[in-house]
Design a protein around this ligand. Structure first.
Ligand SMILES: [Zn+2]
Length: 452
């Protein structure tokens, strides 16, 4: 009787664990971001910290300022390269599926690069020696919280104003603005004076404020962008499965920018929006295109969803469309960048601290990749984030960040680095990048003080 009972229990346990693996229980439980939920600011903050703790060599985070109601605006940085790609979401409150997308994307980038996965002829791990993704998943946390939880999430004294800006309605599902009633994507200094269909007072949508960059959230984004000087910016919105890419784009940049948007559209199936002769302006992408002269995209995620958030039932489709976009855009932008930097001759010795992958040209093509043993090598030339060294198998190119200069300069730089006041966020256990920050330009920004 006793043995029969125990056998039944054992059988049950085996069945249960088989079921667990069959339903993918093991993979979902180890994944951090759970996208099929109303994805809140609080969930995002927890997930960002977990990602940084799980992938300390790849993922860092810091606050870039505060919202009007005092919420930290979080930036995630993934990668160690000098080529910056800025991704942002939820300028508009009801469009928070863009936050979910950027959080899922952050984890996906880290998983693939950590595992050494390839995408086509690209090593995702090697790409992150040249590229850094700077990701602000939720530009408007007050607005998102209001859209998801209603005015009860705010202090009693603020609730009447919120309801007034919502035209007396207690249904906040259509809310786009920040919680002061300013539309954050009508706040940027690009044709701001001539924005069309502007609301005359603070409102759930379309009020552009009294002046550009008046809202703290837009100001923090502009300051961050000016500091990072990205090679590409993508500002995610919803909905419609379309993508904007042009705002008074100079003719010299048209071919380049058209190529970027066409590749993005081919991968996602999104429709490229034709340039208007008289665009309205005030958006982040509009401003980025004219201020920096670099390509920028505004994808509208999800099928047309009307005056509310995109339904969670669309998630699988959105992710299927977007899961490989970081690799497509990252490799393309890195290639454009390297083609425009000069090759300079150098005469120095460098140390390869660990065995590393090298390429026949300064280009991430797996067909030309060879592993090289650790050791001291003679450096011949540099090109952007690449360095060329002499080896027994001929000259090879690799990421500069994988090498140390062998000279007295190294000691001086190290002293300087130690004297600097370390950033509070970065020294938190588990968030400090283990990669060498002395010779790697991409990690230097981490030690800079946070502006507010
Ligand atoms: Zn929007």
């Amino acid at each position: 009787m006793f043995y029969a009972y125990r056998r039944k229990i054992t059988l049950l346990l085996i069945l249960l664990s088989a079921l667990f693996f069959l339903t993918g229980g093991s993979s979902t439980s180890s994944k951090i971001v759970q996208p099929k939920q109303v994805y809140t600011y609080e969930t995002m903050v927890k997930d960002i910290k977990k990602l940084a703790a799980k992938y300390p060599e790849l993922v860092r985070y810091r606050s870039i300022g505060k919202s009007e109601y005092g919420r930290d605006l979080w930036l995630i940085e993934i990668g160690n390269g000098p080529v910056n790609i800025l991704l942002n979401g939820s300028h508009h409150a009801r469009e928070w599926i863009t936050t979910t997308t950027l959080m899922e994307m952050s984890e996906s980038i880290a998983i693939k690069a950590d595992a050494g996965s390839n995408w086509k002829k690209l090593s995702t791990t090697d790409l992150l020696q040249h590229v850094t993704y700077s990701i602000v998943p939720m530009v408007n946390p007050d607005g998102v919280t209001l859209q998801q939880s209603g005015p009860k999430a705010f202090l009693q004294k603020d609730q009447a104003a919120l309801i007034r800006m919502n035209k007396g309605s207690l249904n906040f599902k259509r809310w786009k603005a920040n919680a002061k009633g300013i539309d954050l994507n009508r706040q940027y200094p690009a044709g701001w004076g001539t924005i069309r269909n502007a609301a005359s007072e603070p409102s759930y949508m379309n009020y552009k404020g009294q002046k550009p960059l008046e809202a703290k959230e837009a100001r923090a984004m502009a300051e961050l962008t000016r500091k990072l000087k990205p090679e590409l910016a993508v500002s995610y919105h919803s909905s419609g499965e379309i993508v904007f890419w042009n705002y008074k784009t100079p003719s010299a940049n048209l071919q380049r920018d058209r190529m970027i948007v066409n590749e993005y559209a081919a991968m996602t199936g999104y429709r490229v929006v034709n340039p208007e002769s008289n665009p309205s302006g005030g958006g982040f992408t509009d401003w980025f295109i004219i201020e920096f002269g670099k390509p920028a995209l505004t994808p509208e995620l999800g099928r047309p969803s009307g005056e509310t958030n995109v339904a969670l039932s669309q998630w699988d489709r959105i992710w299927e469309q977007h899961q490989n976009t970081p690799w497509l855009l990252g490799s393309r932008i890195a290639e454009l960048w390297i083609n425009n930097v000069q090759t300079v001759a150098v005469a120095s010795k460098v140390e390869l601290v660990a065995a590393s992958y090298t390429y026949s040209k300064p280009s991430l093509n797996l067909d030309t990749r060879v592993r090289l043993a650790a050791g001291i090598y003679e450096a011949i030339r540099e090109k952007g984030s690449w360095i060329e060294i002499r080896t027994e198998q001929g000259n090879r190119w690799l990421a500069k960040g994988l090498t140390h200069k062998v000279s007295k300069e190294v000691d001086k730089e190290e002293e300087k680095e130690i004297e600097k006041e370390p950033d509070e966020q970065v020294t938190e256990p588990g968030t400090e990048p283990v990669t060498n920050s002395v010779t790697n330009p991409g990690t230097e920004s981490v030690t800079e003080p946070v502006s507010e």
